[in-house]
Design a protein around this ligand. Structure first.
Ligand code: K7E
Ligand code: CUA
Length: 665
């Protein structure tokens, strides 16, 4: 299999079929070493060593695990509504999911990027991409909540994203699909070669607040961007993207985009791009994209529609981008801790090419080109290549690094992790995965100083590893000890589906900053009732606003009358608790959205449009005290013409006005 031929449809399809059916590594029941259990055992009451932030794929969420135990600690709602937390259901959080296409309750989250300072984790934020409707989210690591989401215009399939520069100057996003860009977007699909373009977007981060703003985009030829990494150390100021479909096919890409022997890695000198931007070389383009921000003081998100973006065209900006040939359909594109080596993994290639940043610079200086691609210089493969890892395995996807100069590459088709030395490119060890591994995560792997110790494989197939659960089996991860020469399998653990990339950070960098409550006196929500004496119900036209408080174990008010059919009811619930981990929930019978889950000191709002006359129970959904079950009440809905006045109370057994609804008037 030295030279793979994929010139016709069948062999190509066959190789991927192989991956899902036959190509199981030998010894699937392989014994793990006797001390494995003790290495992942975290005794009851003890904490894990690392937080692992894991993409939730098509669940649209991010999940957080403790490592080495593999225990699920939290699911953070990011791009999808989450009834557990009321995210996307409360009036305060709905704007987080606003886009230029309106409210979108779902996305496909693939990659994770922890914020960095000097190439090292700083434990402040974690970023994630929305693949389907191009977006990037920032999660605040003091609250484990999504704090901001920015949509990306001129992009389609935001896969090559988010990748962060070593001082968190930018999170960067490359478009997966090239699309028609500009005024006329109603073009025939088969005019791809003339009309379709790609972009890579640089989203600037405010150093203090982390707030995102779209600084600029670079217009590129109409190819597909897959993955990327920022340069670091030696290669600081540069960015590397893997590209496929250099054939510019618009149909049956599995054949048509695998014709050429080589695709590209695109190298971007982003410091140079910044210079061009300052020199006025960018063009302002009219676009539409949403920018959503959650305010921790008002506990409310706002969505702003932005209308322009600065675009740099490489034809006006020489020396800003270069292409490097890379064997067939590269997927991962990873920079080693020193920043000197760029490892590309061609899914259909039989070797792993390793590029040298020093040689890239020399080739650029010497104009050592292998022609041009759409006016952009293509550097000679041999001029930029440090070397190739020979016969590493089948279907290389992603590479991570440890603290000892080693690289770990995942092989989808041959279902294994291969450890190799970055300097001499020799394979050191290989370990089977069960099965068809995608991403890998070494603790601190993408930083300038990985912590090493453990590697996690995120697998695509789990047949026979867990108890069956119907047609779809558990999603899975596997933990390996990489502290020695040989990798040792320690643990299988299921994950939220589907896991793609993940990052791990020492627990003490995050745990100490965890926010415990929201201070009630700092609650700036416009609808807060910061004490029982402010609890009330007010009618405004056909809107009824309930300003209620929650504290163990009652709502104030808990009896409400005077709502009429046709009204919109807004329950603004303020949780008066000031103790850690005492949320209250709120639900009303028949509401066609979800519950609220209100943190101590916070206010959240549930909108309810009753559909029938009657008395409807309300209750707290989160078991908050011994008398949680008693934390309940009623709201009465009368017919549209009734004259039941607005009234509300807590603790009154006789109604204020004992009055039956008078039908009609
Ligand atoms: Cu799963 Cu990162 Cu979207 Cu590779 S990508 S596996
Ligand atoms: Cu409050 Cu249960």
């Amino acid at each position: 299999m030295r030279k793979l031929s994929f010139s016709s449809f069948l062999p190509l399809a066959a190789i991927f079929l192989l991956a899902s059916q036959g190509c199981k590594p030998k010894g699937t029941q392989s014994a793990i070493s006797g001390d494995a259990a003790s290495k992942v055992y975290v005794a009851p009451g003890k904490y894990d060593e690392f937080y692992n932030f894991v993409s939730g794929g098509f669940s649209g969420q991010m999940s957080v695990y403790g490592i080495p135990s593999g225990r699920l600690l939290r699911v953070i709602p990011v791009f999808s509504v989450d009834p557990e937390k009321g995210y996307g259901y409360s009036e305060e959080t709905k704007p987080m999911l606003n886009t230029s296409n309106g409210f979108i309750p779902w996305d496909d989250l693939h990659h994770i990027a922890l914020s960095e300072t000097n190439g090292l984790h700083d434990g402040r934020w974690v970023f994630a991409n929305g693949n389907n409707t191009p977006r990037i989210a920032r999660v605040d690591l003091t609250t484990f909540r999504t704090a901001e989401i920015i949509e990306i215009p001129n992009s389609a399939g935001n896969h090559s994203s988010p990748y962060i520069t070593e001082n968190s100057e930018y999170v960067v996003a490359g478009t997966r699909f090239s699309v028609p860009i500009g005024d006329n977007q109603d073009v025939a699909i088969n005019t791809y070669k003339q009309n379709f373009k790609g972009t890579v977007s640089f989203i600037a981060l405010d150093k203090t607040s982390g707030h995102m703003s779209l600084a600029f985009q670079i217009l590129t030829p109409g190819i597909n961007f897959d993955l990327a990494r920022a340069g670091k150390g030696k290669s600081t100021g540069w960015f590397f993207f893997s590209c496929y479909n250099s054939e510019k096919a618009n149909t049956l890409l599995e054949v048509n985009a695998s014709q050429k022997d080589k695709d590209f890695i695109m190298a971007v000198n982003w410091r140079k791009a910044e210079e061009y931007l300052r020199a006025g070389k960018a063009t302002k383009k009219a676009v539409k994209y949403a920018h959503n921000l959650y305010d921790e003081k008002t506990h409310t998100a706002t969505s702003t529609m932005e209308t322009e973006v600065m675009v740099l065209d490489p034809k006006d900006c020489p020396d800003m981008i270069y292409f490097m040939p890379c064997p067939k359909s590269p997927h991962g594109c990873d920079t080693d801790p020193s920043g000197e080596y760029i490892v590309a993994s061609g899914k259909l290639a039989a070797t792993i090419p390793v590029f040298s940043f020093t040689k890239i610079q020399a080739a650029i200086a010497a104009k050592n080109y292998d022609g041009m691609f759409d006016g952009i210089p293509v550097l000679k493969y041999d001029a930029v290549l440090y070397g190739e890892v020979q016969k590493p395995g089948l279907g290389p996807l992603h590479t991570e690094f440890d603290d000892n100069g080693n690289a770990y590459t995942s092989f989808f088709v041959s279902s294994e992790v291969v450890k190799w030395n970055v300097k001499d490119l020799k394979v050191i060890d290989r370990a089977p995965t069960y099965y068809s591994v995608g991403h890998l995560s070494v603790m601190g792997g993408p930083t300038s100083k990985p912590y090493g110790k453990y590697l996690i494989a995120y697998n695509k197939i789990t047949k026979d590893r867990f108890l069956p659960t119907g047609p779809e089996l558990a999603q899975s991860a596997q933990l390996y000890d990489i502290s020695g020469e040989k990798m040792k399998l320690l643990l299988d653990f299921p994950t939220i589906g589907e896991p793609h990339y993940a990052e791990a950070i020492p627990a003490d960098m995050i745990a100490k900053n965890s926010q415990k409550i929201y201070k009630i006196e700092e609650n700036g929500n416009a609808f807060a009732a910061k004490g029982d004496k402010f609890a009330r119900v007010e009618r405004k036209g056909n809107q009824v606003h309930v300003y209620a408080t929650a504290i163990r174990s009652h709502f104030t008010p808990d009896n409400i009358e005077g709502v009429k059919l046709g009204d919109e009811v807004y329950f603004h619930i303020t949780n008066l608790e000031q103790d850690w981990d005492v949320p209250h929930g709120f639900a009303v019978k028949g509401a066609n959205n979800a519950e609220l889950l209100i943190m101590p000191g916070e206010t959240q709002t549930l909108k309810w449009v009753p559909e029938r006359v009657g008395v409807f129970p309300i209750y707290c959904t989160d078991f908050c005290s011994a008398l949680h079950q008693e934390m309940q009440g009623y709201i009465r809905v009368s017919s549209p013409g009734s004259n039941v006045p607005i009234s509300f109370s807590t603790g009154k057994t006789e109604p204020e006005q004992a009055q039956a609804a008078t039908p009609g008037k």
